[in-house]
Design a protein around this ligand. Structure first.
Ligand SMILES: [Zn+2]
Ligand SMILES: [Zn+2]
Length: 409
């Protein structure tokens, strides 16, 4: 009988997932060693040279082809491992930058270990599958140095355009999959007027500080009309406002951060804030220079991706919150992972490494990453990420569904 090329060999997903779990358990000492090494050698963003060496070495030892220093970022990398033939490309992201003063207070030591572990575990299971697993090293998530927000740089270079699905995890004080993130943009206003003696000749001056104050207040007034479902946050400061009270200030600077869970609405609001600056300048008869910057995008939640990743946590028996609840909960912060999510179907997850209520960016969270609870959680998360990578390659219909969802939302 002639083989029908349309008959797809059924893969036994359960046994592939078993390979992932067993590999993660077997590699636990290697993964813990990565986490501990990073914990003991915290490096700021763009300067994560030790972490970069350590991580890329382990990936190379496990058969990954590693491209180092991508897009002129010395500590960024793309590691890849190919399956049987060409096919979908799925990726896990690794972060490894620390914070000043509190070391790995954001737990990126565990993110690095989980990215490496999930990639290696998936590589052991995909021998008979079409496609490719990538571990992408994304430095400076905390925004330090020239590679700050590296995922934005990588995304803008089109790296994610031909990647079909992305996953990652982040340490936290609870379990969750699919949380939202606020987009953040910046709007900076430099007002330029004319100095003059504030008592003797005020009529010859043009007051830049008055314009800045007016812009600041006008921006506050926008809040009244804010869309309540879009989680708008505006935070601003006046960074320059004159040099002496007897001189009418000829220069004042206002700096705003504007956030929202709706990227389009965020862009609209940034324009409105800028208009407050223009209006204030007009009213006070000064000039204004306005710079608008898109910083991090909001997260585009992809239900099929979230559901798949969530199930791989749930199946391990951890008390992960129902994903429907997580995707609908209020977004609190911003991340460069948001930019990735705007380009390709993705899912993020939180692993519980510390008691509920432990603050992020703290010494407590850093230390929690080295406790048994922290390392156990990293192992659970690594398995969930690895199983998801394999599941996406073994069941391309999930990626198809994810793409359709992505295109229609
Ligand atoms: Zn952080
Ligand atoms: Zn973080």
């Amino acid at each position: 009988m002639r083989a029908d090329p349309c008959v797809i060999t059924l893969v036994d997903l359960d046994s592939l997932k078993k390979i992932v779990k067993e590999t993660v358990d077997a590699k636990r000492p290697v993964l813990e060693d990565i986490a501990r090494y990073l914990y003991e050698n915290p490096e700021l963003g763009s300067e994560e040279f030790k972490a970069f060496e350590k991580i890329t070495k382990v990936l190379e030892e496990h058969g990954f082809k590693v491209e180092k220093g991508v897009y002129d970022m010395p500590t960024a990398f793309v590691a890849s491992y190919k399956g049987k033939s060409a096919g979908p490309r799925v990726a896990v992201l690794a972060e490894y930058d620390a914070l000043p003063g509190v070391g790995h207070g954001c737990g990126h030591d565990l993110i690095a270990a989980s990215g490496v572990g999930a990639g290696i575990a998936a590589s052991k299971a995909i021998g008979d599958l079409a496609g490719e697993v990538l571990v992408i090293g994304t430095p400076a998530e905390e925004g330090h140095g020239p590679s700050a927000g590296s995922k934005v740089i990588i995304t803008d270079h089109g790296m994610f355009d031909d990647i079909d699905g992305v996953v990652m995890l982040h340490p936290s004080s609870s379990w969750g999959v699919g949380s939202q993130a606020l987009g953040i943009s910046k709007c900076n206003m430099i007002f330029k007027g004319q100095t003059s003696h504030a008592a003797a000749s005020p009529h010859l001056g043009r007051n830049a500080l008055n314009a800045a104050t007016l812009a600041y207040m006008a921006t506050h007034m926008l809040r009244q009309e804010a869309r309540r479902d879009a989680n708008l946050v505006i935070h601003g400061i006046i960074t320059e406002g004159g040099t002496a009270n007897n001189i009418i200030p000829d220069r004042a600077v206002v700096d705003f951060g504007i956030r929202s869970s709706d990227q389009e609405y965020l862009d609209e609001m940034v324009d409105k804030v800028a208009r407050c600056g223009e209006g204030a300048a007009l009213a006070m008869g000064v000039e204004v220079e306005i710079t608008k910057n898109r910083f991090y995008s909001s997260k585009k939640i992809n239900h099929p991706m979230v559901r798949t990743l969530w199930q791989n946590y749930k199946d391990q028996g951890v008390p992960v919150k129902d994903w429907h609840e997580t995707v609908n909960s209020m977004p609190m912060a911003s991340t460069d992972y948001g930019n990735v999510s705007q380009k390709t179907p993705s899912a993020g997850s939180y692993i519980k490494i510390a008691p509920e209520g432990t603050p992020g960016h703290s010494k407590q969270l850093a230390d929690a990453s080295m406790t048994k609870e922290g390392l156990d959680a990293m192992i659970v998360g690594t398995k969930a990420l690895g199983m998801t990578l394999v599941e996406l390659l073994a069941k391309p219909e999930i990626l198809k569904e994810a793409k359709e969802y992505f295109d229609s939302h």
